[in-house]
Design a protein around this ligand. Structure first.
Ligand SMILES: NC(=O)c1ccc[n+]([C@@H]2O[C@H](COP(=O)([O-])OP(=O)(O)OC[C@H]3O[C@@H](n4cnc5c(N)ncnc54)[C@H](OP(=O)(O)O)[C@@H]3O)[C@@H](O)[C@H]2O)c1
Length: 144
């Protein structure tokens, strides 16, 4: 962080983001230089960063969840599939819509090698999850 701070002071970089950090590491990094975004693993069933996300939102710092679709372990959940079926969409689209509705500072970065999936993932930004379905989805992490 001290090196990044020096680069920033020299005008070589504009902003600093950090990745795969614990709350303690985040605090120590912020003691050295302003952090504009944090990229950590987070998705609808892996929510270890819930408290961090809320704290970052209060400070206007972006949170970039990697593996938003589970990464190497694709999301598998009957509850998620049920919501997708009822809404006439895919589980992946529901998972992305859930992230976008979770907090305004969340910027999901789904990876794909298919144009059809890219289109679906972009369309997920317009999917509004009804309150009842949201309640069910919010309980998925505990139900796993
Ligand atoms: N900072 C870090 O340490 C770190 C670590 C890991 C990853 N990342 C970053 O996080 C981003 C996402 O990671 P990721 O791509 O590994 O995980 P991911 O986005 O959670 O999952 C990607 C997987 O989901 C599938 N997929 C994507 N859209 C889909 C859809 N609409 N329907 C069905 N399947 C779909 C993809 O298959 P298809 O190719 O068939 O679509 C691929 O197998 C990347 O930019 C990566 O570089 C960062």
């Amino acid at each position: 962080m001290r090196a990044m701070r020096a680069f920033q002071d020299e005008g070589l970089i504009g902003h600093i983001g950090i990745s795969t950090v614990t709350p303690d590491q985040l605090a120590r990094a912020r003691d050295v230089a302003p952090v504009v975004c944090v990229q950590n693993m987070y998705n609808i069933v892996q929510r270890g960063d819930d408290a961090m996300i809320d704290a970052l939102a209060e400070d206007g710092i972006a949170y970039v969840p990697y593996f938003p679709l589970g990464g190497f372990s694709p999301l598998q959940s009957e509850g998620l599939n049920g919501v997708a079926t009822r809404l006439g969409t895919s589980a992946q689209q529901v998972a992305l819509a859930w992230l976008l509705q979770r907090s305004p500072n969340i910027l999901p970065i789904p990876g794909t090698s298919r144009r059809s999936h890219l289109r679906q993932n972009i369309a997920a930004a317009s999917l509004v999850l009804p309150t009842e379905e949201l309640r069910l989805l919010n309980g998925l992490a505990g139900a796993r």
